[in-house]
Design a binder for this molecule. Structure first.
Ligand code: IMP
Ligand code: MG
Length: 186
């Protein structure tokens, strides 16, 4: 689980559990009498999605999209590419995008435009985390789980070079492991 690679825990397991439960209640209320389609952005949001689904009291369907990620680097290029599109059309549906984190805002800005062009009945966004200090483009996010400082975080689905997704909390990676994983030496 690589727990010893973590410098600091920003959001503990019990805080995540409680917040996801509360988000589930709020989102259920907002979609009362409807059947939203939850669209998770792979891969970072899978754990959040799985927990959020079970906190919802409204019937719902799920689908997945994948966008190009940073790879091993931790900075956004501003360029977003679709690696996997939705299985079904979303015209006339109540779509809820489920994201792990909004950082520069580029990914959600692009996805929002792309999905709005397909004429859903409504389009809303929930993001587990937000780093407001890093925003380059403004995106209307309907629900945010936690605002966090400008630090690179892992755990609860979020990775660095595909590792650490299984950690049950949101933590900051020790700097020595960035360097190690990037293959840098000093
Ligand atoms: P944005 O396009 O800059 O808003 O970045 C969004 C995507 O970058 C997220 O969906 C994450 O996959 C990834 N990302 C941004 N910040 C972090 C972080 O601190 N840890 C892990 N992944 C991150
Ligand atoms: Mg992501």
């Amino acid at each position: 689980m690589l727990r010893e690679h973590i410098a600091e825990i920003l959001v503990h397991e019990d805080e995540l559990r409680q917040r996801v439960r509360d988000l589930g209640a709020e989102i259920s209320q907002a979609y009362e009498g409807r059947k939203p389609l939850l669209v998770a952005v792979l891969k970072g949001s899978v754990i959040f999605m799985a927990d959020l689904m079970r906190a919802l009291t409204v019937p719902h369907a799920i689908d997945f999209m994948a966008t190009s990620s940073y790879g091993a680097a931790t900075e956004s290029s501003g360029v977003v590419r679709i690696l996997k599109d939705l299985d079904e059309p979303i015209e006339g549906k109540d779509v809820l995008i489920v994201e792990d984190i909004i950082d520069s805002g580029n990914t959600l800005h692009y996805l929002r435009g792309l999905l709005l062009a397909r004429n859903p009945a409504s389009l809303r966004i929930v993001s587990l985390l937000s780093k407001p200090a890093r925003r380059q483009v403004d995106v209307p996010v309907d629900w945010i789980g936690f605002e966090i400082p400008d630090k690179f975080v892992v755990g609860y689905g979020l990775d660095f070079a595909e590792l650490y997704r299984d950690l049950p909390f949101i933590g900051v990676l020790k700097e020595e492991y960035y360097r190690h994983l990037l293959g840098e030496e000093d």
